[in-house]
Ligand binder design. Structure first.
Ligand code: EPU
Length: 429
């Protein structure tokens, strides 16, 4: 098991490029199960979750070929083939559930293990199932498996409200949208997720012959087609990786530019920088935070679905807030239990108190390095930011969580002047 050894206190400086987005790539890869002809995807990030999706597609009978650095894949999926996503894979990666809609639409049946909760909270898939049922699928949940079957004549268009009273669902919207591309007639999805990853998926599906309109709004309309051809697509920039790098820059009073990214998708973060006093600049495809002269002010945030503040940047924002001036409240309406990083940030000298779905942070002039334990992907990123801002040495253990969503983060941080080293962790955990 690897860990990161960080000598904190360096002001990050320099320019790095954003990687392709994990959360855009996963449903786009699952969508290849819908296509009659080969699909070519480029700018795939080399991440553990992406490798897991590759294993799942291969299990489902797809042939996947890639170039040397695995950034470009060609995928061919036969119409006939296995229809089961086993627990062994689904338990490793919850996003495996994104094959449910495509399998059901193309092969008429899907059996996918029910993903359980995880450390960031309870994560049901009732809305995915509600949406697929609205397309005529018969759904049974038994022995921890979801079995979905299309009616004899195939799925048919329907109308469904896909949000819960807490908000929309990203992968649920993706799943039902993908299934509806091959259903007969029109499907209307109200309460759809508006995340950029949904827009990227819709554009990719349309480039393969689908007829999806309204992606990016709360109502998506899909006119089903009888088959989808192949196509090609470039994975968009990872807005969460970009935000993480900018927050690492801001927390260390650094000067960090991220190129090849999508600034408009981070409008809410830039607005927060503006309000709290972190200077930044932006171009069409780059963002740069610059050193502050006065400690940034602590600001309250509440994470909400896009275009709100992303829950996937909550932990990193909290790490930044630990060195801001004053008191701030961070709440997460998407995952009210996503606070595993609080206790570990406190080990670095942060003053954070959790109360239910919120946490209060009293900013400190200086954190101090310590050994800490990563609990999940974004919590790991927060601990790395905390370690970079702290004085002395921080060891972040269990960075396999980080590797699920950040491609060689230590290399990008080193390029920015951080003193961070990946090591084999000798300590038993
Ligand atoms: N929800 C339901 N019923 C459902 C589905 C979701 O009640 O059927 C609830 C969830 O419990 C949660 C909220 O709705 O409270 C939002 O969940 P959503 O379905 O949108 O999450 P997801 O699609 O499973 C994706 C990302 C997550 C990200 C969330 C929210 C991928 C692969 N994962 O998950 O990313 O946090 O959207 O933006 O796209 C991460 O990258 O670290 C990560 C966890």
């Amino acid at each position: 098991m690897d860990c990161f050894r960080i000598q904190g206190g360096e002001k990050l400086a320099g320019k790095v490029l954003a990687a392709g987005s994990k959360n855009a790539a996963l449903p786009m890869l699952a969508a290849s199960l819908l296509m009659d002809d080969p699909v070519r995807l480029t700018r795939l990030p080399a991440l553990e979750d992406i490798r897991t999706m590759r294993a799942l597609l291969s299990d489902l009978g797809a042939s996947v070929e890639s170039n040397d650095d695995a950034s470009e894949w060609q995928i061919s999926c036969p119409a006939e083939g296995p229809t089961e996503a086993p627990y062994e894979i689904v338990r490793r990666m919850r996003a495996s559930v994104a094959v449910l809609g495509p399998l059901l639409a193309r092969r008429g049946r899907a059996k996918v293990s029910l993903p359980g909760g995880c450390v960031i909270g309870v994560r049901p898939i009732d809305l995915h199932l509600k949406g697929l049922a609205a397309l005529g699928a018969k759904i049974h949940v038994k022995h921890g498996e979801v079995i979905a079957e299309a009616p004899a004549g195939g799925l048919r268009g329907g109308q469904v409200y896909l949000a819960s009273r807490w908000g929309s669902t990203v992968l649920g919207t993706a799943n039902v949208m993908m299934a509806a591309t091959l259903a007969k007639g029109r499907t209307t999805l109200d309460g759809s997720a508006q995340e950029p990853e949904i827009v990227a998926l819709a554009e990719f599906l349309n480039s393969c012959g689908a007829r999806v309109a309204g992606a990016g709004s709360t109502q998506i309309r899909i006119d089903g087609v009888t088959s989808l051809g192949g196509g090609s697509g470039r994975i968009p920039a990872d807005r969460i990786e970009t935000g993480t790098l900018l927050l690492a820059g801001a927390a260390t009073c650094g000067d960090v530019e991220v190129g090849d990214c999508q600034p408009t998708e981070l409008a809410v973060l830039l607005d927060m920088f503006q309000s709290c006093g972190v200077p930044f600049r932006q171009g069409e495809d780059w963002l740069r935070v610059m050193p502050w002269t006065k400690r940034p002010r602590a600001l309250d945030i509440c994470c909400r679905p896009y275009p709100g503040f992303p829950t996937d940047l909550q932990a990193q924002w909290m790490a930044f807030s630990t060195v801001a001036e004053g008191l701030a409240m961070v709440s997460d309406s998407v995952y009210p239990d996503r606070f595993m990083h609080v206790a570990e940030l406190n080990r670095l000298g942060a003053h954070i108190r959790r109360e239910g779905g919120s946490a209060w942070i009293l900013g400190q002039a200086q954190l101090s390095g310590a050994p800490v334990l990563a609990s999940d992907l974004r919590a790991s990123a927060a601990l790395v930011i905390g370690g970079l801002a702290a004085s002395g040495e921080t060891i972040v253990r269990r960075v396999y969580h980080l590797d699920r969503g950040y491609q060689q983060l230590e290399r990008k941080l080193s390029d920015l002047g951080a003193k961070v080293r990946r090591e084999v962790d000798e300590e038993p955990v």
